[in-house]
Ligand binder design. Structure first.
Ligand code: ASP
Ligand code: MG
Length: 451
């Protein structure tokens, strides 16, 4: 069996849904479990509706229009459509009365997107004579912790999924309706709806694939797989044919939107291959993600960038030759619940980057100043080169040659322990230029990767 996951833009309207239905129908012999995101921009529309409700206006117009029009165009009556829209309106009314949106109610609110899309697809497939059955993820066994907006799945999810899909995966499973499951959402052990973080449908799909030991997990997007860089920055970006889980995890974490950062974890455990495909161009081979490279890959796989990061420079002359400096520093970050992305150290100093969001810098700075002189630089960017770090000397030489020739000074550099990334820190305003220059140097004519 396989898992097929379709993202929001693959489901943006009636036309797209017809395409996806035909892609699913072409795979019926492989016994797919289908995982869907919300249609189009529904998740963002729901969040926008919440913002409006906080200001006192209740409107489900955008979401209602998209789903009613799509249903009409597809000529189907969508199960629960009226009930879900009524429930959504009631929830928004509650938010508008309380003028309060807790992380828990935010998760409840955005869950409507995926709940609507699975009902839309299964109604359409059934109308086409393909028996299908929609499920809310919790009905199939998805249980998470209560870390609303970024919940982690509990290990029992795996056991639950195996039990739930045993018949479908079993001998007579082909006779059963195709399961269409909501991505992104789960319930905690108190029965409250949670979400797995933006883009979390990828994780839903890989967990199902790993738990059921699927032949592969296909994630269908609107681009030809994983690209060598963001095509909005470099229109000539190419598809990466094969990448490893580690490479993709770093890529996702450092800004590429191709897959959810945590979505590789389940497949790392089971070695389940993941294929990234383009629903707009289904014949393109896409990218294959596996445990390790079988044939020697090019020196550089891809380049990604993450803007709006903060660089923290700490210098402690007091601690020269003493142990415990780094421990103290990291402990302070941990106490402030700040996650660190990239680190470079010397005997008396450490530079590190943190995500701009959610950090109370004055409080953090005050605590750090007990041990070091602190300099905080805003508006920085991380440019990450996903590569074979064993070839780092030639990769770095090529990188610095082109950056120096263009007058760009990188402020910090770090080589990840996973042996697949080199990260460079520069100003946010320089990031796109750095990406363009490096891409040309690696993938352009005469480049390091034989372009
Ligand atoms: N609909 C959710 C989002 O837009 C989850 C997903 O698409 O994977 O983030
Ligand atoms: Mg989405």
């Amino acid at each position: 069996m396989i898992v097929m996951k379709f993202g929001g833009s693959s489901l943006a309207n009636a036309e797209r849904i017809r395409r996806v239905a035909s892609i699913i129908c072409g795979m019926l012999s492989r016994r797919p479990v289908v995982v869907l995101s919300a249609m189009g921009d529904t998740t963002d529309d729901l969040l926008a509706a919440a913002e409006l409700a906080l200001k006192g206006t209740v409107s489900v117009d955008a979401v209602e229009r998209l789903h009613r029009e799509t249903a009409r165009e597809l000529g189907v009556a969508v199960a629960d459509l009226d009930d879900l829209l009524t429930e959504l309106r009631t929830l928004l009314t509650g938010i508008s009365m309380l003028r309060e949106l807790t992380p828990r109610s935010r998760d409840y609110l955005v869950s409507f997107g995926e709940r609507l899309s699975v009902r839309m697809m299964s109604s359409y497939l059934c109308a086409q004579g393909v028996p299908a059955q929609f499920y809310d993820a919790w009905d199939t066994g998805f249980v998470s912790d209560s870390n609303y907006t970024a919940a982690d799945l509990l290990p029992e999810t795996w056991v639950n999924l195996r039990r739930f899909f045993a018949d479908y995966c079993g001998e007579n499973g082909a006779a059963l309706p195709v399961p269409i499951v909501t991505g992104f959402i789960a319930k905690d052990s108190n029965g409250f709806i949670t979400t797995l973080g933006r883009g979390g449908s990828d994780l839903t799909a890989t967990v199902i694939g790993a738990a059921l030991l699927a032949d592969e997990v296909q994630t269908w997007k609107d681009v030809d797989g994983i690209l060598t860089t963001d095509p909005r920055i470099v229109p000539s970006a190419r598809t990466v044919p094969v990448a490893t889980y580690d490479e993709v995890a770093e890529l996702a974490y450092f800004g590429s939107q191709v897959l959810h950062p945590r979505s590789m974890q389940p497949c790392i455990q089971t070695g389940t291959p993941v294929r990234v495909k383009n629903s707009y161009n289904p014949d393109a081979p896409g990218s294959l993600i596996v445990t390790s490279h079988v044939t020697a890959p090019a020196a550089v796989r891809a380049i990604t960038s993450k803007k709006s990061v903060v660089l923290v420079d700490l210098v402690s002359t007091r601690m020269v030759g003493q142990y415990g400096f780094l421990a103290k520093v990291f402990d302070i970050f941990a106490r402030h619940c700040v996650s660190i992305d990239v680190v470079a150290t010397s005997e008396v100093s450490v530079s590190l980057t943190v995500d701009f969001k959610r950090v109370n810098f004055p409080a953090l700075q005050k605590d750090l100043e007990e041990y070091a002189d602190v300099e905080i630089k805003n508006d920085m960017a991380i440019v990450t080169v996903i590569c074979d770090v064993r070839q780092s000397s030639s990769i770095l030489a090529a990188s610095f040659e082109v950056l120096a020739a263009n007058g760009i000074n990188v402020q910090m550099i770090s080589q990840g322990a996973s042996k697949v990334n080199i990260s460079m820190i520069c100003g946010s305003s320089e990031a796109d230029t750095v990406v363009r220059l490096l891409h040309e140097r690696y993938f352009g004519p005469g480049g390091l990767c034989g372009g």
